[in-house]
Design a protein around this ligand. Structure first.
Ligand code: WT7
Length: 664
């Protein structure tokens, strides 16, 4: 195994203690955790007395239809983990009814539409009625507990309504990011065996329409099992195709239903959703999350990591098509009864002030985004930020990839005015919620380090080759987790063996995260990047194998090898090497076609930034492509290629290096 990004941490880095105004607030509630000693005590309890700790947390955070008598069972060794196994609850009840009955006028969602100045509110009372009506529509389609519904929608409150309507009935949702192509959507709909797809006529992003329904129509040509498509009218463009009886308008269907629907209690271990994510092979995995453990993880991490109190306005800019949107736009905030911002637009529309105007207008108290957005906005200059009043902010978070110290400092000083806490949160689709993260009023931050484990998460650094745990501080290896935690994924839909082989069998007894990491002399964790064939582009996970198979789908391509190249803005960028079949010529037109092939097969997010046509790829004598060499060459480390004894034809290297230098 090789580490794809290996920025060494500086030997001495600045340490930023929490700002005093956060630790000892005036006129506001005390933080949930206000010192390292408090964090350590809670962490210790979570590890040494897990039963006591999790019983308290699960009962404080969630409302149970039937209390659980046992906190957890099963082990990482056997892959049979279960949390609160005999407890029953309903996720939508927990996220909506609890708050609607207390105060129906409390705001659940602040919806910031694509065009500025059009923000609207959805109160908990309104949300309850909408979720119930929609749940009744789904019931009228014949859907019953345990079935899967696919959601392919823009960033609008109705996307969350659709998720919660599923949860209310014990249906499993699978949200597909609306930037994925029709064939990616089709693959996921088919794998999840969804009979119903919920979508919108069109999306809007930065003033441009997105042909959402047309993409669904195209996808469903290869999904004969889909019986109903429920279409929310977002733009009202009349040219959008609509074919009854398969297609049903959301507004018409909902108008026919009563706005109350009893919540269906489910087992804590019943699945809440599947979310597809890229792995080392070409086939995306449907990661399965549960109702009880997942919701607890999402709510609890949000509460502690962003120090959420009544009246706070939380904004996470992630799309609901990703786990970050699931946990921190929808489930985490609603599990706490907080107000969550749903942002439909892009950070640079109409200009690079959009996020900061949003903060000013809605008095956002906690803001959560990705390093790639921070780096992009930093390039536009400080004025876009400083012209806005950001004094409402207390905690600003980062997620998706390591944040470089320059971006961290800009975020801290310019956005946070050096008076907020910056939380660099490390987690994954599979972990469900944060696993390594600072607590804003307790943890002294080191820019670039996600710092310490969240409650209940017992970390280990393993020697990648021997699997031996590296004890003590100042060690580097692969990151692993030593015991199950509530919000961890339980399986991969329809492929438990792949779940075991990917996460639990590589190092028996441990959850293997797929990242390299080190623990410094002070015990801080530093994430080093993926150690598998997954690359991280703008905080989105891409499988190199998936891009390769898209390229091979083009008739001219003989072979392809895809690697991540370091990129200032997106962290990593996709760099594709391709050899052509005989009879095909290297032309710009063909290169354009190949890039298009990837965009149509996977989606714009998989667009190769660089595409290099070569005569030969570096291979072993047995014909295996040596991607390590390509990675080194694109990283500008051609002088550190290491052991080349397995390379069958070393003479190709010079040409390769020249071509890469010309292309990058
Ligand atoms: C991979 C998970 C769940 C967050 C959104 C991405 C990388 C995530 C950090 C961070 C360094 C990070 C890891 C991880 N990653 N957060 N704070 N510092 N790396 O979710 O698509 O499941 O990707 O993102 O490599 O394994 P994902």
């Amino acid at each position: 195994m090789t580490t794809t990004t290996t920025d060494e941490q500086p030997t001495s880095v600045a340490v930023y203690p929490p700002h005093p105004r956060l630790v000892n607030p005036e006129g506001r509630e005390k933080p949930w955790v206000s010192s390292m000693a408090e964090y350590e005590a809670l962490y210790k309890e979570s590890i040494e007395e897990p039963s006591r700790f999790w019983t308290r947390m699960a009962n404080e955070t969630l409302s149970w239809d039937r209390p659980f008598s046992q906190v957890s069972q099963g082990s990482l060794k056997d892959g049979d983990m279960a949390w609160f196994p005999d407890g029953r609850l309903n996720v939508a009840y927990n996220c909506v009814d609890r708050w609607a009955s207390k105060d129906p006028s409390r705001v659940a969602f602040l919806y910031e539409a694509d065009e500025p100045g059009q923000a609207t509110k959805v109160t908990y009372g309104e949300l309850l009625a909408q979720v119930c009506s929609l749940a009744n529509v789904l019931t009228s389609f014949g859907l019953r507990k345990g079935e899967t519904v696919a959601i392919y929608m823009p960033m609008i409150p109705e996307a969350a309504v659709a998720m919660l309507a599923c949860a209310r009935l014990g249906l499993v949702h699978t949200v597909v990011f609306a930037g994925f192509s029709s064939s990616s959507l089709a693959e996921r709909v088919a794998d999840a065996r969804a009979r119903v797809v919920i979508t919108a006529d069109e999306g809007l992003r930065g003033g441009r329409p997105i042909r959402t329904k047309a993409i669904v129509d195209e996808a469903l040509k290869s999904c004969p099992d889909v019986e109903k498509v429920l279409v929310f009218r977002r733009t009202g463009n009349e040219s959008v195709s609509f074919s009854a009886p398969r297609d049903v308008w959301w507004h018409e269907a909902v108008a026919a239903q009563r706005p109350y629907c009893p919540p269906v209690p489910v087992s804590a271990e019943d699945p809440l959703f599947l979310l597809y994510t890229s792995g080392s092979t070409g086939k995306p995995k449907g990661v399965v999350h549960t109702s009880g453990g997942y919701l607890l993880g999402a709510g609890l991490t949000l509460k502690y990591v962003f120090d959420i109190h009544d009246g706070d306005v939380f904004c996470c800019t992630a799309d609901i098509g990703w786990i970050t949107g699931h946990s921190y736009v929808v489930y985490g905030p609603l599990a706490l009864g907080a107000t969550s911002v749903i942002f439909e637009s892009v950070p640079t529309y109409p200009d690079a002030s959009r996020y900061w105007r949003l903060v000013e207008e809605h008095k956002i108290t906690q803001f959560y985004t990705a390093p790639t957005a921070i780096r992009a906005l930093r390039r536009h200059g400080d004025d876009f930020v400083t012209r806005c009043d950001l004094s409402s902010l207390r905690v600003i978070g980062s997620v998706g990839e390591p944040i470089n110290p320059e971006a961290w400092s800009w975020y801290n000083e310019v956005v946070g005015g050096s008076r907020c806490a910056v939380v660099d949160t490390y987690w994954q689709t599979e972990t469900g919620s944060h696993v390594i993260t600072p607590l804003p009023c307790a943890t002294p931050a080191k820019p670039g380090s996600a710092t310490f484990p969240f409650f209940g998460v017992e970390l280990a650094i393993l020697d990648p080759t021997t699997g031996v745990e590296l004890e003590g501080d100042d060690v580097s290896g692969v990151l692993a987790i030593k015991r199950p935690w509530p919000s961890m994924a339980r399986t991969i839909a329809g492929d438990h063996k792949r779940f075991l082989d990917t996460y639990l069998n590589p190092y028996p007894g441990y959850y293997f995260a797929g990242d390299g990491a080190s623990r410094d002399a002070d015990g801080y964790y530093w994430i080093r990047g993926r150690v598998d064939d997954v690359i991280n582009v703008s905080g989105h996970r891409m499988s190199t194998a998936e891009v390769e198979s898209a390229l091979i789908g083009h008739k001219a391509v003989a072979e392809s090898a895809v690697v991540g190249a370091p990129d200032e803005l997106t962290g990593q960028a996709i760099c594709a090497f391709v050899t052509l079949k005989d009879g095909f010529e290297t032309t710009d037109v063909l290169k354009g076609e190949l890039v298009k092939e990837v965009r149509t097969r996977i989606g714009p997010i998989a667009t190769p930034k660089t595409l290099i046509l070569v005569d030969e790829l570096p291979k072993t004598r047995s014909g295996k492509i040596i991607r390590r060499i390509l990675r080194k060459v694109v990283a500008g480390e051609a002088d550190q290629l290491g052991d080349l004894s397995t390379l069958s034809d070393p003479s190709i290297l010079d040409v390769l290096i020249t071509k890469v230098a010309a292309a990058l």
